[in-house]
Design a protein around this ligand. Structure first.
Ligand code: GN1
Ligand code: MG
Length: 547
C-alpha cells in the first residue's frame, strides 16, 4: 500500500477541475473557484519542502495580488523568505495537473525519492491569505493538505504578502546569530516603526502621505503600522480601504492600475502639493504620484525612481560612514526606463545589471552584491544587505561622530527594509526617510531625471510559446525575422528602444517601447505591435490602433 494512503483519501475531497495549472512568475494564479485542488496539493508540497529543509518552516501565501477579485493564487516561500527555488516549480505544476488521486501520490513518491526526502522529519508551514472572497475555502484546502502529511500549521490570518515572507524568515532565523525579528504582526510593526523613528530624528515633519490601498489587505495593515509609528512622526491618510465589499479590490485603483493607465486611481482626488502613493492588492508594490501645481499634469514616480532614490541615499551614507569599499549594485529589467539606467550609471556612478522579468531573477542577482538595490518599474523591489555589509555596519570603527551617525543610519535602514521581498509599507517608509533627509518634495525627487516616453502594449497571439528571447529578454531569437523588423523600426526614431517578449503571467505577448517624445514612442509601439500581430499569428481581429 502507498505510504501516502492518507493523502489519497484527503485528496479525493478536492478533485481536480477541468483546467490546466502552471507555477509561473508569481506562483499558480487563476480563478479562485478552480484552485481548491491546487492549494490542497501545494500544502502537500510545502510539507515536503519543509522536510527537505530538515524541518525548517516554509511559507504559503494565498493571493492573486493585483488581479481581479474572482482570481486567486498560491505561492511557496523558502525558509529565508525568498520565492520557491525554481527547481521545485515543476513539481508544483505536475502535482496541480495530476488528474487522479493516485497520480498525486505517485508524484509525491517520485519527489521523495528524487530529492532524497526523509519523511520521518517534522514539517512546519506558515500561511496567510489576502482579502479575496475565495480565500477561506482555499485556506481550508491548504490546511487539509498540511494535515494529510502531518505538517504543523501556523496560521497568520489575513496579512500582506511581504508580511508572510517576513514571518517565515523570523521563524527560521530565531536561534541563529543573525535573527531577523519577532515573527508576529506586532513584531513587524515595532521593527519598522523603531527604525523609521530613528531615521527621521531631528528632521522636520512632512505633510501627510495619502495611500490608495487598492481596497486590499494593505489598508488595515498600514493603519496598524501607523499606530506604532505615531502621529507625531507621520500622518497617514488611507483611501480605497473598503475590504469586505464585493467588486472593489483593485477596481480602478491600486499600483497596477495607476502604472498601466498613468493616471490617478478613482476614489481619490489628488490636489496639487498632496503626496500620494498606491499599493497593489497584496501590498508588495508601491508607486508615488502628484499633480503639478502649475500645469495640473499627473506625474508618476515608479519603481525606477524608487530604486534611484534608494541608491542615491545608500551611496551617500556609505561615503559618510567611510565604507567606500562596499560594492553597491542596482538590478533592473528591460522595462526600466532608459533615463533611470543612464542616471544610475552616469550620475550615481553605480553599476546596473539587467535580469529577466520577475522578482525572483532580480532578487538572486541582488544577492551577489554587498548592497543590492532591485526594483521592477512596476514598483516591486527592495534592498539586500549581505553579511559583509551587515558586519561593516555593526563593527566598523568610526573615526568621527559623523561616521558614527552614518553607521547608525545604515543599521536603521537595514531594519526598515524587508529584505525578503518587495514590501509597499517598508518601501513607503524608506522613501519618506530619504525625502525628509533631503528636504525634497515629490516634485524635487522627480527632477533627478526625466523619464523617456514609454508604452507597454499587449498582443494576443495564437501561440506565445513560439516567442524565444535572449539578452535579458530584449532580443527575439524566434519567430524568424521578427527581431530584424523591430530593429529597422527602432532605427527610425532617435533615442528609442523597443522589445517583445511573451508574458509569464498572461496569455499574451508584451510590446515595450520608449522614445524621446510621446508621439515617437506611440508610433513605434503600435507599429511593433502591428508587426507582431501580422508576422507571428495574431489572434482575433487586428486591434485598430495597431499601425
Ligand atoms: C511588464 C511587467 O510589469 N511584467 C510583470 C508581470 O510579468 P509578465 O511575465 O510580464 O507577465 O507580472 C510579474 C508578476 O507580478 C511581474 O514581476 C512583472 O514585472
Ligand atoms: Mg502584488
Amino acid at each position: 500500500m502507498s505510504s501516502f494512503q492518507k493523502v489519497a483519501e484527503a485528496s479525493s475531497k478536492f478533485p481536480k477541475p477541468d483546467a490546466a495549472f502552471t507555477y509561473g512568475t508569481a506562483g499558480v494564479r487563476t480563478l479562485g473557484s478552480l484552485l481548491e485542488s491546487t492549494v490542497f496539493r501545494v500544502g502537500l508540497l510545502a510539507a515536503l519542502r519543509s522536510k527537505k529543509h530538515g524541518g525548517a518552516c516554509i511559507g504559503v501565501m494565498i493571493t492573486a495580488s493585483h488581479n481581479k477579485e474572482e482570481d486567486n493564487g498560491v505561492k511557496i516561500v523558502e525558509p529565508m523568505g525568498e520565492m520557491l527555488d525554481q527547481s521545485w516549480e515543476s513539481y508544483c505544476t505536475d502535482l496541480a495537473n495530476a488528474p487522479t488521486d493516485a497520480n498525486v501520490t505517485q508524484i509525491l513518491e517520485t519527489i521523495v525519492s528524487k530529492e532524497n526526502i526523509d519523511l520521518s522529519l517534522p514539517a512546519t508551514v506558515a500561511y496567510a491569505r489576502d482579502t479575496r472572497p475565495s480565500g477561506p475555502a482555499l485556506q481550508a484546502a491548504l490546511e487539509s493538505g498540511l494535515a494529510a502529511l502531518e505538517a504543523k500549521p501556523l496560521n497568520f490570518g489575513i496579512v500582506t504578502t511581504p508580511q508572510l515572507h517576513y514571518f517565515v524568515r523570523c521563524i527560521n532565523s530565531k536561534n541563529t546569530d543573525n535573527p531577523y525579528g519577532e515573527p508576529t504582526e506586532d513584531g513587524y510593526y515595532k521593527k519598522l516603526a523603531a527604525a523609521f523613528n530613528k531615521l527621521i530624528e531631528g528632521r522636520a515633519k512632512t505633510d501627510p502621505i495619502h495611500i490608495d490601498a487598492a481596497n486590499g489587505v494593505g489598508a488595515p495593515q498600514v493603519l496598524k503600522l501607523s499606530s506604532f509609528i505615531g502621529s507625531d512622526s507621520l500622518d497617514i491618510v488611507v483611501h480605497n480601504d473598503t475590504i469586505n465589499v464585493e467588486n472593489k479590490l483593485n477596481v480602478e485603483c491600486g499600483a497596477d492600475y495607476v502604472k498601466s493607465n498613468q493616471r490617478s486611481p478613482s476614489g481619490v482626488n489628488v490636489q496639487p502639493k498632496q503626496r500620494f502613493c498606491s499599493f497593489d492588492g497584496d501590498a508588495d508594490r508601491i508607486l508615488f504620484y502628484y499633480v503639478s501645481e502649475s500645469t495640473g499634469k499627473f506625474n508618476l514616480l515608479d519603481g525606477d525612481k524608487i530604486a534611484t532614490l534608494a541608491a542615491l541615499y545608500i551611496k551617500e551614507q556609505i561615503t559618510d560612514a567611510g565604507l567606500k569599499d562596499l560594492r553597491v549594485g542596482v538590478i533592473q529589467t528591460a522595462y526600466a526606463n532608459g533615463s533611470s539606467t543612464e542616471y544610475i550609471q552616469k550620475k550615481l556612478q553605480l553599476p546596473v545589471v539587467f535580469t529577466k522579468t520577475g522578482v525572483k531573477h532580480l532578487h538572486h542577482e541582488a544577492e551577489k552584491w554587498d548592497i543590492g538595490v532591485y526594483f521592477e518599474a512596476n514598483g516591486h523591489g527592495t534592498i539586500l544587505f549581505n553579511s559583509k555589509a551587515r558586519d561593516a555596519f555593526n563593527s566598523a570603527q568610526p573615526d568621527t561622530p559623523a561616521q558614527d551617525d552614518a553607521l547608525s543610519r545604515l543599521r536603521a535602514l537595514r531594519d526598515l527594509t524587508n529584505e525578503t521581498v518587495g514590501d509597499a509599507m517598508s518601501d513607503m517608509l524608506i522613501v519618506e526617510v530619504i525625502l525628509r533627509t533631503k528636504g525634497w518634495s515629490l516634485e524635487q525627487w522627480n527632477q533627478c531625471y526625466t523619464d523617456k516616453a514609454n508604452r507597454l502594449l499587449k498582443v494576443i497571439v495564437k501561440d506565445r510559446t513560439i516567442f524565444k528571447t535572449t539578452n535579458a529578454e530584449q532580443t527575439l531569437t524566434s519567430p524568424d525575422g521578427l527581431q530584424s523588423t523591430i530593429d529597422n523600426l527602432v532605427a527610425k526614431y532617435p533615442g528609442s528602444r523597443s522589445f517583445v517578449r511573451p508574458s509569464g503571467t498572461e496569455d499574451a505577448v508584451r510590446v515595450y517601447a520608449e522614445a524621446n517624445s510621446t508621439q515617437d514612442c506611440d508610433e513605434l509601439a503600435y507599429k511593433v505591435a502591428g508587426q507582431v500581430f501580422d508576422q507571428a499569428g495574431g489572434r482575433g481581429t487586428r486591434p485598430p490602433e495597431f499601425l
